[in-house]
Design a protein. Structure first.
Length: 148
């Protein structure tokens, strides 16, 4: 059987410089990745369902933690295990601080980059709203409402 050769000619790389990116191009790519990360984090927080029920203050959590620690020291058997789990859960909630500060920081970062990100990617006001971003946040970011 005869071998079938490719119809394409091999292009010669002799005399060509290797492809390199300029430092400006690398910086632009890094900035784009950074903006994408900020927008992604903010949108994930915005689209997380709200916790239902009454708000629990930090002072109340500390009181409950102290009571659970006391129970942990004095309880035998299964009650001790349950108290240990409650202590862990309460410490985790206190460390999280209800996520309020984190949300505000993410929102502030989003406001700084959202307009440029939207321009770069062709994202309209309506698309931001459909993704769950509040109108007030878009206004602060300088993204104006347009027709079309």
């Amino acid at each position: 059987m005869a071998s079938v050769r490719s119809a394409k000619k091999a292009t010669s790389r002799v005399g060509r410089r290797p492809r390199t990116m300029t430092s400006a191009h690398k910086a632009a790519l890094a900035r784009g990745r950074e903006m994408s990360t900020i927008v992604d984090r903010y949108l994930s927080v915005v689209n997380t369902p709200k916790k239902r029920g009454r708000k629990v203050t930090v002072a109340t959590l500390r009181q409950r933690l102290a009571a659970a620690e006391a129970t942990l020291q004095s309880s035998p058997g299964v009650a001790k295990v349950l108290a240990a789990q409650e202590v862990r859960d309460l410490r985790a909630r206190l460390a999280d601080n209800n996520g309020h500060d984190t949300t505000k920081a993410l929102e502030a970062s989003f406001v700084k980059v959202a307009r440029q990100f939207g321009v770069n990617r062709g994202i309209s006001y309506a698309a931001w709203r459909d993704a769950g971003v509040p109108a007030e946040v878009l206004n602060r970011a300088g993204i104006i409402r347009t027709r079309g």
